[in-house]
Design a protein around this ligand. Sequence first.
Ligand code: BES
Ligand code: ZN
Ligand code: ZN
Length: 490
Amino acid sequence: MREFIKWQVVAGLPAGEKGLRAYLLDEEREFFTAASGGEKIPLYREREIDKALFLVSGSGLDDGDYLLPLAQFKRLNLWEAVKCAALEAFQQARTLKINRLYLVMDGAGARGLHKKALEGILLGAYTFDRFKSGDEKKRETFMPEVVVVAGDAGSAGLEAELARIETVCRAVNHVRDLVNQPAGELGPEEFVDEAVRTATECGLKVDLWDENRLRREGWNGLLAVGGGSSRPPRMVSLTYEPEGAAGEVDHVVLVGKGITFDSGGLSLKPGAAMMDMKSDMAGAAAVLGAMEIIGRLGARVRVTGILALAENMPSGTAQRPGDVIVMKNGKSIEVKNTDAEGRLVLADALQLGASLKPSLMVDAATLTGACRVALGIQLAAVLGRDRELVKKLVKAGEESGEILWELPFEEAYLEDMKSDFADLANIGSTPYGGTITAALFLGEFVPEEIPWAHLDIAGPAYPGKKWKYFAPGATGFGARIFAGLVKNLA
Ligand code: BES
Ligand code: ZN
Ligand code: ZN
């Protein structure tokens, strides 16, 4: 992986570059000429952010300087627009081999924007290029330094704030590395290795279930789904203990779907639908990413992340349509479609989570194609019984730019999940409302008294194209929501 981007904070522009500052303050023209092609770009003037300008500079600050506006990103909210504009400036600096990019943002409305700009750059500069060779890779290794100019508002606390955002972005990019990694390389065992390595680095406690322990303890959902693969299933839990916590603290449990490849199993997916299914562990990767952030930055509450890891493959040892699984809690499930596997592994992980008697529990999963149909790739769905928890998740998402849209947890649809031969079927009897029926299935494994919500991240976890400041591939969706949720708990 490529070296990370260097950045520094300066309170005002450094000596010898004062001219730039004066130049900016005097700048009252509505248009500025961009260095690239002499194209006119309007300055951004909105909400008192009179100096929300991104400056690209070489050695001096003469002809090569130019400003980039936020205006071209006006369809996004301000924070997202700042991320995109800062990245755009950074990419132009890279193309022009300019070694320093100044982020100059001044004025009352600029407070809090510096970290958004840096976030846009740190997330936006990521590409998964491990398998690229030759010229293309060489060209991409050049990285300008980022100079964050704090402006008159001062730089108190800014450096620490930016360091925190760097930690967050590193974790998110780590999630993206895992999700982008081909499934041939990353099976359940390799995912465990990665989780253990992360836990060691971040001071988290680890508990591990290999297939023998899974069998001994009756985690039959994971065993059934993983049974078709030569790479056996695993479950891992990672726990963060708050330092010096006196007495009882809240305990948050995060659960992630970790299907390292979803072929559909014997209910095999058609070729095109199988294409991106290395990303079917994005929920588990997001949970690992959140644990990494929490481990490095600390939290006031206890947090446990549970990863349910299996490869869903067709073979002579695979589960068959019509098989019945008796789950840990005694509920029997008729497997009507082996491609509805996520809910089977999550049922186990949620039961393990519930056994810890958490104060709240959330899960993330690339659970249904129906969610992509309903909400597209820009939004994830949130469903659950607990109004307050749903609100908290939506808020954390608004803060990080990961937008959640609530779908109804309509228990009337449980009727669709009936089976003639078992307590429950793993798919609905109609092709409609698939995201809701999947969430209801999960709800059958979470006692009602536990505040719980489910995120279906099938759209934005792996949008299948360049999106906002994300290069094609994984986005790390959910890690920042979970870390934000924990951070926001009083
Ligand atoms: N992993 C898929 C869901 C998915 C599809 C995620 C496309 C991202 C992109 C999940 O395991 C699945 O196959 N779900 C089935 C459920 C159906 C059989 C009830 C689906 O959505 O088709
Ligand atoms: Zn599936
Ligand atoms: Zn799946």
